[in-house]
Design a protein around this ligand. Structure first.
Ligand SMILES: Cc1cc2nc3c(=O)[nH]c(=O)nc-3n(C[C@H](O)[C@H](O)[C@H](O)COP(=O)(O)O)c2cc1C
Length: 398
């Protein structure tokens, strides 16, 4: 092979076809090849990000992509995976591998689930319905955000079963009870209480990028997002319709008492989402939680925290098998998922990857994202010599 510096193509001697293939393989052409235009063309889930950036209005993409402050926790979620390496075992018969998992008595074909993400109609006209149809096609768990742009009853229709419902707890007991009763009536088997947004946040990247959007917000929105008027209008959002939530949700005065209250209020399984420490994991168990999601809200809550994968070992150790531990934050590869399973997670959530798929291609994009990650996980299992999720033990990571 000639070195790049010494390589001088002789186009006078070579044919036009060779010249064209030289151009196509040049770094310049590759850089200009542009984003994928069909979900089938994606080689990995990151390929969807640029396609979504082009398809989604910049102010909405800003909401999707942002972390907080300097986005350090957002980056830590990705960098964390580099701190763990895989230890493969050889000569295991991996002609068949089974990535299925049991969650609260239901068997799912994959441990990869869809995280609750708000306002999905901001990314695609079909919003949560497209996500639900994809989750139905792939038989994946869908957690529906409390700030969904589509009612839980309609999402249940598209999904073919009720989703797991993520709750931002209203502070007034009457409002909390009304919302919980509605979610129960829709048939949701699991309630996911998010506890990492009670102190407010500074989504600077969102604010910066939004300035580049020259459209008039009030052409589509009732009020300009983020303004006091908008906060007033939250009262009308789809899951709060008919509920007096003047006390607001996610009160900074919330304590573990909310977990006790919810356990008394409902028979739905209760998961606490947004824990990062062994101490809190232990408290969650003591207060009767049925599960935990280790999460920093995709780097959208506290700045300069650890990557979610780095928090997982201490949470798993503190829980000590009492309840299932789930995790999300920065998962982009099957090997990332494999590492989390090896560190003791029962299931792994994805947020932005499926939002990129949704924003760029709707349902087909979400399906392809799930397919790619599941194929990569199966490959990692084969390469490591683990035939089932049960066989993925701590010995596979160092
Ligand atoms: C645009 C967006 C909206 C989100 N909305 C919610 C929400 O309403 N409720 C919630 O508990 N988490 C929400 N999250 C956090 C996700 O559930 C999840 O924790 C996070 O996205 C996982 O990280 P990842 O995006 O790197 O995969 C949101 C995340 C994003 C990117």
């Amino acid at each position: 092979m000639p070195s790049r510096r010494n390589f001088r193509p002789n186009f006078r001697r070579n044919s036009r076809r060779e010249f064209l293939s030289f151009l196509a393989a040049s770094p310049l052409a590759l850089a200009q090849s542009g984003p994928i235009t069909d979900p089938k063309d994606a080689l990995n889930v990151l390929d969807f990000e640029e396609a979504a950036r082009r398809a989604v209005p910049i102010a909405h993409f800003a909401y999707m992509t942002t972390g907080v402050d300097d986005d350090a926790t957002l980056r830590a979620n990705r960098e964390g995976f580099r701190k763990f390496q895989l230890r493969p075992r050889r000569l295991v018969d991996v002609s068949k591998v089974d990535p299925s998992v049991d969650l609260f008595g239901t068997k799912w074909p994959s441990p990869i689930y869809i995280c609750p993400c708000g306002y999905q109609k901001a990314f695609h006209a079909d919003g949560e319905l497209a996500t639900a149809r994809a989750a139905r096609a792939k038989n994946a768990v869908q957690m529906l955000s409390n700030t969904t742009s589509t009612a839980v009853e309609d999402v249940a229709g598209a999904l073919g079963r009720a989703p797991w419902f993520q709750l931002y707890a209203p502070s007034q007991p009457a409002a909390l009870e009304k919302l919980v009763r509605r979610v129960e009536a829709a048939g949701c088997p699991v309630l996911v209480l998010t506890v990492d947004q009670n102190g407010g946040r500074n989504t600077e990247t969102q604010k910066r990028l939004t300035k580049a959007d020259t459209r008039v917000c009030t052409n589509c929105h009732q009020s300009v997002p983020g303004t006091p008027d908008d906060r007033q209008n939250r009262q009308n959002r789809v899951m709060l319709a008919g509920i007096d939530n003047t006390g607001g949700s996610n009160s900074p005065s919330m304590t573990w008492e909310i977990v006790d209250r919810l356990k008394n209020l409902t028979r739905m399984k209760l998961i606490v989402k947004g824990l990062e420490t062994g101490e809190d994991a232990d408290l969650a168990c003591r207060h009767g939680a049925d599960g935990i999601v280790v999460s920093n809200h995709g780097g959208r809550a506290l700045e300069t925290g650890r990557g979610a994968i780095e928090c997982l070992p201490e949470v798993v150790a503190a829980v000590s098998g009492r309840i299932p531990v789930l995790v999300d934050g920065g998962f982009r590869r099957g090997t990332d998922v494999f590492k989390a399973l090896a560190l003791g997670a029962r299931a792994v959530g994805i947020g932005r990857p499926y939002l990129w798929g949704l924003g760029a291609f709707g349902q087909a994009g979400v399906e392809r994202v799930l397919d790619i990650l599941n194929a990569e996980l199966t490959l990692a299992m084969k390469q490591c010599g683990a035939r089932s999720v049960g066989e993925i033990t701590r010995a596979f990571v160092v």
